[in-house]
Design a protein around this ligand. Structure first.
Ligand code: B12
Length: 210
């Protein structure tokens, strides 16, 4: 794997990142491989922020660069989408958290596999999740979390779904850079990952595909 792309993200060199993505994508490289290298760059940006070497401005710039990458790769990802839906998913980042890049990326990947995705966005109130689940009867509910303080909102949503008698009708998934198996247990989810492709594989396996 080339490190050039990840390092260009860490350097916040938007032009270089977008040029590299554009040219590698034109050469026919897998968009998933390209995205994975970008994600690694974002992780290093986060580590620098934590150490006090980067500030909020750098986090914001890295987010904008990542959005630019997604804009280049999404049309290519969309081409691989099958015509008939395999199942439904409600996706959200819950109250207290406004990070959306990982959620959007995971959402795009499950769409490519043929799932209908109802993305509620970020900073979502738990009650909204319950309403959407009642409305669309999904096979999966996915929460994306990048901020520790959102764990309680996810737990609350999970408990509200349980109280409404809906919880057994779908698989609850949680993902995002700060999630762990302990978070999964805390919120009562069925599955946890920090890797979108693992999440996709779980959906395919659960729905009976391969
Ligand atoms: C970019 C970024 C921002 C951008 C977000 C832009 C955007 N539109 O999303 C901005 C600048 C807005 C931002 C703001 C803040 N941020 Co910030 N941010 C980041 C950073 C650098 C990258 C996150 C990211 O997008 N990664 C790339 C994506 C692709 O990775 P990912 O989300 O993990 O997703 C992958 C998988 O996890 C999976 N996945 C994701 N969701 C789901 C869901 C399901 C169901 C599944 C199956 C899979 C899945 O798929 C993806 C691909 O594999 C991280 C550092 C890090 N290590 O993550 C900090 C980080 C998340 N931020 C942090 C902080 C503290 C903040 C702020 C509070 C800063 C501040 N003082 O204001 C605010 C948050 C405000 C709020 N209430 O939410 C901390 C969180 C610490 C904590 N434990 O709570 C981090 C970890 C940085 C750090 N090390 O300190 N941030």
């Amino acid at each position: 794997m080339s490190e050039e792309l990840a390092l260009a993200i860490v350097d916040l060199d938007r032009e270089k990142v977008l040029n590299l993505v554009e040219s590698r994508s034109k050469k026919g490289e897998s968009p998933l491989q390209i995205l994975e290298e970008c994600r690694q760059g974002m992780t290093i940006v986060g580590e620098r922020y934590q150490k006090g070497e980067f500030f909020l401005l750098e986090l914001m710039l890295s987010g904008e660069i990542f959005k630019g990458v997604m804009a280049i790769l999404e049309p290519q990802l969309a081409k691989e989408r099958p015509p008939k839906p395999l199942g439904r998913m409600v996706l959200a980042t819950l109250k207290g958290d406004i990070h959306n890049l990982g959620k959007d990326l995971f959402g795009s990947l499950v769409k490519i596999q043929g799932f209908e995705v109802y993305d509620l966005g970020v900073d979502v109130a738990p009650a909204l999740v319950v309403d959407k689940v009642k409305e669309v009867k999904p096979d999966f509910v996915g929460f994306s979390a990048l901020i520790t303080s959102t764990f309680d909102s996810m737990k609350q949503a999970s408990e509200m779904l349980e109280k409404a008698g809906l919880r057994k009708r779908f698989k609850l998934m949680v993902g995002g850079g700060i999630t762990t198996p302990m978070v999964k247990d805390y919120i009562g989810a069925d599955f946890q990952t920090r890797d979108a492709m693992e999440g996709v594989a779980y959906c395919m396996k659960s729905i009976g595909g391969q």
